[in-house]
Ligand binder design. Structure first.
Ligand code: SAM
Length: 287
């Protein structure tokens, strides 16, 4: 197997094909073999699993996933990488490469078509410029057992944050609504070519089979969350009144009281069941 994380192998390979890194496509390729090995290991991928990989690049993680999984579908937007991937992962007959923008794909449809009879998982060293839209699509697809990704460390901390902490955000609630996150390990900038400015981290999101709370209307729930974080430093009633103008200030205060909270409560301290209690109260008032 070609050791694509060895820069003495990688650089001549890229040069031979006239390949130049595209910043716009978020191309920072791994040059430390322990990273893709550990991502594949910690992701829990085994021979019962079908893996969707996003952005194989020149294939360091793809190689590890192909060794461990029953099947790998890797989605890559940059078809300049085709002749290089032919060399680095051409030997694997359990790999299919889909030359497309992952954000243009019907992810649940793809998983159904490609991974029948397998446990679907997603795994990637994500292009950082579209981390949130990709994670949103993977979680909303509600078809993966687990999603293991490398992202900027700051984003990983936001995903795994606890209520009331500085990192807790609407994106935290979104991710934790669908999955339980676990921070796995940090990856310093020198593990990539070119080296990014920030530290990265690998995080796994194990999707919830059942959601341990009652939510009457998912749209109202997420509107409540967004409204609560839109005015972080203010009382929750201000955020709710602006996110739900139909409630007015008085109605927002009544909702908070009826849901059992203090009038001065701040949205950034609320857990998912607590957001659910407020959202459900808004739904009930609508009748
Ligand atoms: N997996 C490789 C590695 O770890 O060395 C490459 C990771 S690099 C951070 C991100 C990869 O995602 C690049 O290969 C890039 O071309 C690809 N990519 C960027 N935007 C994409 C998109 N919208 N859909 C699919 N792949 C994309």
């Amino acid at each position: 197997m070609v050791n694509v994380t060895d820069i003495n192998v990688m650089k001549p390979l890229l040069a031979e094909h006239g390949f130049h890194f595209s910043k716009a496509k978020g191309q920072n390729f791994l040059i430390a073999s322990w990273v893709p090995e550990n991502i594949a290991l910690e992701s829990g991928v085994d021979k019962s699993v079908g893996v969707l990989e996003i952005g194989p690049g020149i294939g360091p993680l793809t190689q590890q996933l192909c060794r461990n999984a029953a099947k790998v579908c890797a989605v890559e937007v940059d078809n300049r990488l085709k002749p290089i991937l032919d060399i680095t992962v051409g030997e694997f007959d359990n790999l299919e490469i889909i030359w497309n923008d992952v954000l243009k794909l019907d992810v649940p449809g793809l998983v159904k078509e490609k991974f029948e009879g397998l446990r679907p998982m997603a795994c990637a060293n994500l292009p950082y410029y579209i981390t949130s839209p990709i994670l949103t699509a993977l979680l909303e697809a509600e078809c993966f057992e687990a999603v293991t990704v490398m992202v900027q460390k700051e984003v990983a901390q936001r995903i795994a944050a606890k209520p009331g902490s500085a990192d807790y955000s609407a994106f935290t609630v979104f991710c934790q609504y669908y999955a339980e996150p676990e921070l796995l390990f940090d990856v310093p900038p020198h593990c990539f070519l070119p080296a990014p400015k920030v530290t990265s981290a690998v995080i796994t999101l194990r999707t919830r089979k059942e959601k341990p709370w009652e939510i009457l209307d998912q749209d109202v729930f997420f509107r409540t969350v967004r409204a609560s974080f839109a005015m972080r430093r203010k009382k929750l009633s201000n955020g709710l009144a602006s996110g739900f103008p139909e409630l007015g200030k008085q109605g927002a205060a009544e909702v908070i009281e009826a849901a059992g909270f203090d009038a001065n409560v701040r949205g950034e301290t609320l857990s998912i069941p607590e957001f659910a209690a407020i959202a459900n109260e808004i739904v009930r008032r609508r009748g």
